[in-house]
Design a protein around this ligand. Structure first.
Ligand code: GDP
Length: 528
């Protein structure tokens, strides 16, 4: 085993941030990038967020592509660590992409607004993390404002998200009375001054809370802190790294992203405790990041800037070995060797000549539609990585052509866009409709605009009565035939020919599932 390779793997941390809109993800991302010295990128994060206000306008999004492609992966160094932060769009453009990005990270950071507690989007993203036992670290944000009681917030996380909390810092007051945090991880008092970024001299090492300096610094709030910590010792779970790594426990930090307060505390614990690249499952065996043969998979495809060239970028996560620019690799689904010369290796801003990528790193591969989500590339061994799913859509539209002569182009466009993972396409068993399914409604606007610019197709949407979908499976051919016959009106095939049950409501779906206990209903489906 090559020592350098091991070192490169061990110092990598690849993660995503999960949060509900407005909890402070953008602000926190910027602060994290500043610690890594990637100042230019920090500006790009803000610019990108500003661009999001016009997300319903696809062309405006296109203009921002240059920014969005690079800020989809933000790479920075902190101490000896090489960190890849993958953007998980959580706003109006919330979509299947968001979910799939989480299949390419080794851990996640959850941001919670202290006034709001756990919100819906966080809950959904957490479900995805749970599927892969992704370790999650939590940052409770906006302590500079009045919010909910800290114990109340922890109880909310534990109950709503079914994960144990282990506080690693504890807030001293909140809002106007916010004085800072006590870092249980490092036994340090971290003092907060409103409107000012934290400096090293604001950190006071206090091994014993009975130290009189606590009272000097905090006044009457010193006793409150002692009481809180005594209470925590009895009530809260101690931090257990093994439980965190299994996804059963989340270490919690409190702070204020906008004041850059508590961010570095968390980042320090993050690089020390978050896992380096983890082994990845394939249909035949588990691949260790320490293996020297190269392998990885595509988890996201993004249309590129120039619609005339239909160029797309496939985001590829390296799982083992080393990637060198210009390397020849095997694209297993199509059984061809390809030379990856035109790749973007995402890197820190100040290091321009990186020609190599290691496990945990993300490469952007330019292509013209030959690469699909879920595709595996390796040196030679035929492998197929698993766990890159399609998610059951929650929104549906029927597509109607304005000009019936364009039906060939429409079919081609929809199939290609479905392959790319931009939307899901369903063909009902009993008619020839095109039904689109999406996780986020913005996906529909994007599809319409792309059908027009890339395929020259003018179409419109009509509402349909579906609200949810499940992929169905059954080993008993006879039972499946019977199910198909009796439920024809609700059945469709997706772009890969897989049978799906589309229901008008969750209730309806539940009813059918009860009626057909022999049929398996899946909420996700793996890419072929
Ligand atoms: P995102 O939607 O999760 O990316 O959230 P943003 O980072 O854009 O933050 C949403 C709003 O909360 C913005 O107006 C921020 O200025 C504000 N915000 C972020 N962090 C803090 C904080 O620590 N304290 C306060 N008071 N506001 C914050």
């Amino acid at each position: 085993m090559n020592r350098n390779h091991r070192k490169e793997v061990d110092r990598r941390r690849t993660f995503g941030i999960i949060s509900h809109p407005d909890a402070g993800k953008t602000t926190l991302t910027e602060k994290l990038l500043l610690f890594g010295g990637a100042i230019q990128m920090a500006g790009a994060v803000k610019a990108r967020k500003a661009a999001r206000h016009a997300t319903s306008d696809w062309m405006a999004m296109e203009q921002e592509r240059g920014i969005s492609v690079t800020s989809s992966v933000m790479k920075f160094n902190y101490r000896d660590y090489e960190i890849n932060l993958l953007d998980t769009p959580g706003h109006q453009d919330f979509s299947e992409d968001t979910y799939r990005v989480l299949t390419a990270v080794d851990s996640a950071l959850m941001v919670i607004d202290s006034a709001k507690g756990v919100e819906t989007q966080t809950q959904k993203l957490m479900e995805v993390c749970r599927m892969r036992n992704t370790p999650i670290m939590t940052f409770i944000n906006k302590l500079d404002r009045e919010g909910r009681e800290p114990l109340d917030l922890l109880a909310d996380i534990e109950e709503t998200l079914q994960v144990e909390c282990a506080p690693l810092s504890w807030p001293i007051g909140m809002g106007k009375r916010f004085r800072g945090t006590y870092n249980l991880y490092r036994k340090q008092l971290c003092l907060f001054t409103a409107g000012q970024e934290t400096r090293p001299q604001d950190l006071v090492v206090i091994e014993d809370l009975d130290d009189p300096r606590v009272d000097e610094l905090l006044g009457s709030q010193g006793d409150q802190l002692r009481e809180d910590i005594a209470l925590l010792e009895g009530a809260a779970n101690p931090f257990e790294p093994a439980e965190y790594l299994k996804g059963n426990q989340t270490p919690v930090f409190f702070g204020s992203a906008i004041n850059n307060f508590g961010v570095q505390e968390m980042l320090d614990a993050f690089v020390e405790q978050a896992p380096p690249p983890r082994p990845a499952a394939t249909t035949t065996r588990e691949v260790s990041p320490y293996e020297e043969d190269f392998s990885g998979f595509v988890f996201k495809i993004q249309a590129n800037m120039d619609p005339a060239h239909r160029d797309r970028i496939a985001f590829f996560r390296v799982c083992s070995g080393t990637f060198h620019r210009g390397m020849k690799v095997r694209h297993h689904r199509i059984g061809k060797d390809v030379n990856i010369a035109n790749a973007t290796i995402f890197m820190a801003q100040d290091r321009t000549n990186v020609e190599e990528a290691y496990p945990g790193d993300i490469i952007g591969i330019h292509n013209h539609g030959t690469i699909k989500i879920g595709d595996t590339f390796t040196d030679k061994e035929p492998l197929k990585f698993t766990g890159i799913p399609n998610f059951a859509p929650e929104h549906f539209r029927r597509v109607r052509l304005k000009n019936p002569l364009k039906s060939k182009q429409l079919e081609k466009g929809l199939l290609q866009l479905a392959e790319e993972g931009a939307v899901q396409l369903f063909r009902p068993l009993f008619n020839t409709d095109y039904i689109l399914g999406a996780v986020g409604v913005l996906q529909f606007d994007v599809i319409m605009a792309r059908l027009k610019t890339e395929y020259g197709v003018d179409a419109i949407y009509e509402g349909v009565e579906y609200a949810t979908a499940r992929w169905v499976e059954c080993d008993d051919r006879k039972l499946l035939d019977d199910f198909e016959k009796k439920n024809q009106v609700n059945l469709a095939r997706d772009a890969e020919g897989k049978l799906a049950y589309l229901a008008s409501s969750e209730w309806r779906l539940g009813h059918t599932m009860e009626q057909w206990p022999g049929i398996v209903f899946h909420k996700t489906r793996e890419h072929n």
